[in-house]
Design a protein around this ligand. Structure first.
Ligand code: NAD
Length: 470
């Protein structure tokens, strides 16, 4: 092993053993300003409802992710060579996806797959279908996956994929063609031992089934381990559908314990009513907590007596929008930030908790269901407001954890019950929460910094141990 790798390893251990960690550089670092752009996006072709869709400054998500990584690596005392290594994605693919549309015309979509790091195991990460997908966003999300898998102790590295498409504006047939051609274009890079995709924003179990079929046809036999988040009838895992939300809830319950804040009348607001937000609302509702408000891209629903998420879900399935839902006040979607509650769960997209929206938030705990929902500027404000943040790489790791279970079950062709899955998930989420909390207390750093340091240190150690090939 080279000297530089040995030295890095020694450095990490020394730094971790020392409680004298350097004070936060975030507050003094120059932070980017986040310009919000608005565009018109037709999210409901059928009803022709045009609503404002928020575009995030994607460039800033990548910069923000690097900025946080740099801070973490400095705290860990990593050498410049190792820092360069961990900042750089291992593989970046950009592909053109031509399809023949239902009308017989040719359309080209742009797709990406990024593998950030595979030193701890095959790459793992979702595939996003969204009109604003771009390479910087995918690079950031791939890197976040590396830290997430490391933090909860899964034997995976990080990856992410995306296609620049609004899945609501193409037919099911076109979506299938986009998915199959995208899979074909990245087929050499993925596989159960190389890189395992899963659903993310705009993709679902059906999309995973198409990827599985395309990959399996190419290999000449069924390969269940190539994707996770697939339908149960194709080897999907029990409990995968709501695993991310369940993981959020397990970390929230652990936080309530350590903060001595458990209260049966706990009030919750949730931004995003998709897979993560919608299922979190249902689980918390079933536990008796009061869901005061939920929002999605169309609107925010508020009821001071509490919402019924199952009823909202039925309405959303029928109408494809929250607008017009009767049993709640219909507010503008960003009103979610103005509603006082005990817990806020951002479960939509990146960069939603900004300096401006953090200013408005009157909550005690934030559980980051979404990836990178909080900007570094907002972090400073949240700290000042003494809001306890359960960071994304911890809070939303339940999804990839059950994806790991699905991969294990598929590779062994031995399947577990939902109860087994949920119990194993709870063990992993609670351990990750308490490890992070303990580290944050011992080293007097916030939960985000603690999570990041634990995660990056493990990847740096794996890199040191493996050395640099050749
Ligand atoms: P989804 O597509 O099912 O839902 C996204 C939701 O966000 C939708 O309700 C959409 O209307 C809403 N939304 C979009 N822009 C909004 C805005 N500006 N204001 C309010 N709502 C808005 O996606 P998902 O799978 O639930 O993922 C949500 C987030 O969670 C993403 O950041 C994703 O990367 C992250 N995540 C998802 C999983 C998973 O297993 N699905 C796992 C880990 C992390």
């Amino acid at each position: 092993m080279s000297d530089f790798l040995e030295e890095n390893k020694r450095n990490i251990n020394q730094k971790l053993n020392s409680s004298k960690l350097i004070s936060s550089k975030l507050s003094s670092s120059k932070l980017n300003s986040h310009n919000k752009i608005s565009i018109e996006s037709n999210v409901n072709e059928k009803n022709k409802i045009k609503i404002q869709n928020c575009i995030n400054n994607k460039d800033s998500v990548w910069k923000m992710t690097l900025e946080r990584l740099d801070d973490t690596m400095d705290r860990l005392g990593l050498k410049p060579g190792m820092q360069k290594y961990l900042r750089t994605p291992k593989k970046v693919l950009e592909v053109a996806i031509p399809i023949k549309t239902d009308k017989g015309t040719i359309e080209i979509f742009k797709g990406y797959r990024v593998q950030h790091n595979t030193n701890r195991g095959p790459a793992k990460g979702g595939i996003r279908y969204h009109p604003d997908v771009d390479l910087d966003e995918i690079k950031a999300l791939a890197m976040i996956m590396t830290w997430k898998c490391s933090l909860v102790g899964l034997p995976f590295g990080g990856a992410k994929g995306g296609v620049e498409v609004d899945p609501n504006t193409v037919s099911k047939n076109e979506l299938e063609h986009i998915t199959r051609r995208y899979t074909f274009e990245i087929i050499d890079a993925i596989g159960p031992d190389k890189d395992i995709p899963a659903p993310d924003v705009g993709t679902n179990a059906q999309v995973m089934a198409w990827i599985l079929d395309t990959y399996s046809m190419d290999k000449g036999h069924m390969v269940p381990g190539v994707v996770t988040g697939k339908p149960i009838s194709l080897g999907g895992s029990q409990g995968r559908e709501d695993a991310t939300s369940r993981g959020c809830v397990y970390t929230l319950l652990s936080a309530l314990k350590v903060l001595n804040f458990y209260n049966p009348n706990l009030t919750v607001t949730i931004q995003g009513f998709g897979n993560v937000g919608g299922n979190a609302a249902k689980i918390l509702y079933d536990m008796g907590f009061k869901i005061l408000a939920v929002s999605d891209v169309s609107a925010c629903l508020y009821n001071k007596n509490g919402l019924q998420p199952y009823d909202i879900s039925r309405y959303l399935n029928q109408n494809k929008t929250l607008i017009g839902y009767q049993n709640a006040e219909n507010l503008g979607r960003d009103e979610i930030f103005n509603i006082k509650a005990d817990v806020f769960i951002p479960a939509a997209l990146e960069n939603q908790v900004t300096k401006e929206t953090a200013e408005k938030l009157d909550v005690k705990i934030i559980v980051e269901g979404a990836n990178a929902p909080t900007t570094p500027e907002a972090d400073i404000l949240l700290k000042r407001k003494k809001i306890f943040v359960i960071p994304d790489i911890l809070a939303n790791a339940g999804g990839v954890t059950v994806s790991y279970f699905e991969w294990v079950q598929g590779n062994l062709s031995y399947f577990w019950t939902k109860r087994e899955v949920n119990l194993k998930l709870r063990d992993i989420m609670e351990k990750a929460f308490y490890d992070t909390y303990r580290f944050s207390q011992e080293n007097k750093v916030d939960m985000r910094t603690a999570a990041s340091m634990l995660a990056v240190q493990r990847v740096a150690e794996a890199t040191s141990l493996r050395g640099i090939y050749p």
